[in-house]
Unconditional design. Structure first.
Length: 188
């Protein structure tokens, strides 16, 4: 009986792990209050919470240079604190350090987590462009002048890959079932 329980728990865990999906989030019609447009996309892995293939661009102005954002920062000390798992995410360029531009994207439907495909409106009226306050960009400052914020747009997510159940799971399961059958046969 213990064997059957172990087998069922193992099978459930393996099948659960197989449900991981990668969702590609794309900015649509994203416009900042100073006239800049923001375009691009990133991939989000639903089980691990990892980001990949980040390629987001702002068009730039005299105040804010056009930048490609290619990475996220784990958590940022702004109010409220930002971590990419809840309602907002901060994107940075490669080699970001003190003074680098940081782009914060806040979605309006929070807690609209990124782990479900669909469309999330961008939250309007919140600062979106910041400067890194320290070398690892864990703190952000808003430079003087008018706030730059999203005034239009959304992010749209579609599943680009689901992790299939590997054949090894079925082989492993059948092997365990065979061992259980042999053990039961010996006991009788």
């Amino acid at each position: 009986m213990k064997f059957l329980h172990a087998f069922l728990i193992t099978s459930i865990c393996m099948v659960g792990a197989a449900q991981a999906e990668t969702i590609r989030w794309t900015l649509q019609d994203a416009l900042l209050s100073d006239g800049q447009s923001v375009t691009g996309s990133f991939d989000y892995e639903t089980v691990s919470g990892d980001f990949s293939n980040i390629s987001i661009f702002n068009s730039g102005t005299a105040t804010w240079a056009a930048t490609e954002f290619t990475q996220t920062v784990d958590s940022v000390s702004v109010i409220p604190p930002v971590d990419c798992q809840t309602y907002a995410c901060v994107f940075l360029p490669d080699g970001a350090t003190t003074g680098s531009i940081a782009l914060e994207i806040v979605w309006d439907n929070y807690p609209g987590y990124l782990s479900e495909a669909g469309t999330l409106d961008l939250l309007y009226g919140t600062w979106s462009l910041w400067r890194c306050d320290n070398s690892d960009c864990s703190g952000l400052v808003f430079p003087g002048g008018a706030a730059v914020e999203f005034v239009d747009g959304s992010i749209s997510g579609v599943v680009v890959s689901a992790v299939p159940i590997p054949a090894a799971v079925w082989l492993f399961g059948s092997a365990l079932a065979g061992l259980g059958w042999l053990r039961r046969k010996r006991a009788v």
